[in-house]
Ligand binder design. Structure first.
Ligand SMILES: [Zn+2]
Ligand SMILES: [Zn+2]
Length: 153
């Protein structure tokens, strides 16, 4: 619930927590705060600019939305110990930020690029994909390894 009383979904709450100055407050049944979190760390200034230059726009495969439409998603959530550094941030437009927070796709940093690993319902091998729209694709030997495992024998 936002401070004005608006009820939001867990996915939207994660999106907002990813790239906004939020303070988490856990309330008891009487609306009194029983736990106040610390204000989260954000990508600002040079750290934000560096990611905007690196990614050029939304990193979702096929998405053409430019950096100015994007938020910076923490690949490992800040609440789970993820750092606010270049290897843990990627540009996502509003639509795809919601998609990645939904949890089926996985975003990974590999050799200075952000890759998207699809859910096994779309690709049993979960082969990582890259968005070549804003930045040229890297040489093939820089591609990340495919997910190990997959369907069992
Ligand atoms: Zn996020
Ligand atoms: Zn996008």
């Amino acid at each position: 619930m936002l401070d004005d009383g608006t009820q939001i979904s867990p996915t939207l709450a994660r999106m907002l927590a990813c790239d906004a100055a939020l303070i988490r407050a856990v309330l008891n049944g009487h609306g009194q705060p029983i736990d106040l979190g610390r204000e989260r760390r954000l990508y600002t200034g040079a750290a934000r600019t560096a990611i905007e230059i690196r990614d050029g726009g939304c990193v979702w495969p096929g998405c053409a939305r430019p950096a100015s439409w994007c938020q910076i998603h923490h690949l490992i959530p800040w609440s789970e110990g993820g750092r606010t550094d270049q290897t843990n941030g990627g540009l996502f437009c509003w639509h795809h930020h919601r998609e990645i927070e939904h949890g089926e796709w996985e975003a990974i940093h590999h050799r200075g690029r952000i890759w998207l690993r699809p859910p096994d319902s779309l690709d049993p091998n979960r082969r990582p994909r890259i968005n070549p729209t804003h930045r040229p694709p890297p040489p093939q030997h820089h591609w990340p390894p495919e997910a190990s495992g997959g369907p069992g024998p």
